[in-house]
Design a binder for this molecule. Structure first.
Ligand code: PMP
Length: 455
């Protein structure tokens, strides 16, 4: 199975050339691109992806972690088909019962959630959470951590991968835009904090307290660098003391670290939580949940229909939130089916055990070949980092040898293991022993092949 001597990706190359004529860069999101051309997939089943040239791959991308039950899980498929059959239409554009069922589910699972609104992506969820925080505090600045991603919009698209020369001092990071086209307003209204450095974070928050509406944090940076328990507790304490809203961006950690997210694992209650990915069972989704007094600001609670929208002075208006597809019945049906599987006895435990086995075997393999490497992560997501030095934040990642990692990743892909070069590994509940053995063999072949060649 590992004989890939006939591995050619001609069809993907053709599709890429064609896509480039009508789609900038041939991809619908920057991150989907890699050189010399991305692979075009045409099928997924269980733990496997199949590309346009009919090669199969054990998939560790899993749509950036969303597909925790793997591709095409029967329970999710049936829930979607059943919902559509029963309703006769994919979407109503009106309130419906599944919204409340899902909201109740999230309230029961997440310690920081008393009330919920749905969105269509994780990006929209963090954006809405920041607006709620601004409305609640009457302040307009937000603080985020260096290296943390919350969606690609103007308020938070800063200092995710700043170049070493422009990132500023470690305890006082600069606010570096990640994109052209971001108005200066946002650069001046976004404070960047050093992750896992409590003293420096506290100092910066105290200095800016009067202007800060919120601190938004990924409890596990990029899904694989965990916050220290003491750091999270300190962040909770200082934000409470200064009256700053604490937002957990659990788009990645939600349903992955535990069914109740990072907040369950750390036993820390944020004011607001953003969810996404796994929540939609493979469909586009997001949700904001949080304290009742904050969520109650959302229109139209306590207002009649007219005052929920326009026609009154802006000072009397409520907090606007809308979306044609918010609370989409098929999406929520897929999400509920997914959560039900995850809640079954032993499912999460097995997933974590499988992940740990893979991590241990990979570490043993790299050690055998004298390559400095460690796996870092928590729960069912990890990253392969080519250094034996400690990794606690974005700057530490600079110590890793990205070049060796990339050379191995490019080869691993050819041997049938899919993860975008340099990306994390996410596991699903359907990855089994055979998949793990195959993956280890692919890595071994890749390492040997790399050692035999100069590039
Ligand atoms: N927050 C985090 C932590 C994420 O990982 C992502 C997506 N990778 C987002 C927000 C944005 O979610 P979406 O891509 O669904 O807009």
């Amino acid at each position: 199975q590992l004989d890939r001597s006939h591995y050619k990706t001609n069809r993907s190359a053709e599709l890429y050339e064609r896509a480039k004529l009508s789609i900038p860069g041939g991809v619908t999101a920057n991150i989907k691109h890699f050189s010399p051309h991305p692979l075009f997939m045409k099928k997924g089943k269980g733990s496997k992806l199949y590309d346009a040239d009919n090669h199969s791959y054990v998939d560790y991308l899993l749509c950036y972690g969303a597909l925790i039950l793997g591709h095409g899980h029967p329970a999710v498929y049936e829930a979607v088909i059943d919902q559509w059959s029963a309703a006769g239409t994919p979407v109503f554009g009106t309130p419906h019962e599944i919204e409340t069922v899902m909201a109740e589910k999230l309230i029961s699972l997440y310690r920081g959630i008393d009330s919920v609104r749905f969105t269509n992506s994780g990006l929209e969820a963090t954006m809405l959470a920041l607006r709620v925080a601004s409305a609640f505090t009457g302040r307009s600045k937000v603080a985020k951590f260096e290296g943390h991603y919350h969606g690609g919009y103007d308020q938070v698209l800063f200092s995710i991968q700043p170049a070493p020369g422009e990132a500023g001092a470690a305890d006082r990071p600069e606010t570096i835009p990640e994109s052209k086209g971001i108005p200066d307003y946002y650069t001046n209204h976004t404070l960047v904090l050093p992750f896992n450095d409590l003293e420096a974070t506290k100092n910066l928050l105290r200095e800016n307290a009067e202007e800060l509406a919120a601190v938004i944090v990924e409890p596990v940076q990029g899904g694989f660098i965990p916050a220290h328990q003491a750091f999270m507790q300190g962040l909770r304490d200082i934000t409470k003391e200064l009256g700053i809203v604490l937002i957990f961006d659990e788009v990645k950690t939600g349903f992955r670290l535990s069914v109740g997210g990072a907040q369950e694992l750390y036993k820390i209650t944020p004011d607001l939580t953003a969810l996404g990915k796994v929540l939609g069972g493979g469909f586009p989704v997001g949700a904001v949940g949080g304290r009742k007094d904050m969520m109650a600001l959302l229109s139209p609670e306590g207002q009649d229909l007219l005052s929920a929208g326009g026609r009154q002075p802006s000072s009397e208006r409520g907090l606007f939130h809308s979306g044609t597809y918010n609370g989409h019945p098929l999406v929520l049906a897929a999400g509920l089916a997914t959560i039900e599987v995850l809640e079954k006895e032993g499912v999460m435990r097995n997933l974590f055990d499988t992940t740990d086995i893979l991590r241990n075997e990979l570490e043993a393999l790299y050690l055998h070949y004298d390559l400095p490497m460690q796996t870092i992560g928590l729960g069912s997501i990890f990253n392969i980092v080519m250094t034996d030095r400690d990794i606690e934040n974005y700057r530490d990642m600079k110590k890793a040898d990205l070049n060796v990692r990339k050379r191995i990743d490019e080869r691993v892909l050819k041997f049938g293991v899919y993860s975008k070069p340099l990306n994390r590994y996410s596991l699903s509940t359907v990855h089994d022993e055979q998949d793990l053995d195959f993956t280890i063999q692919a890595h071994e072949k890749a390492i040997i092949d790399m050692k035999d060649t100069d590039t």
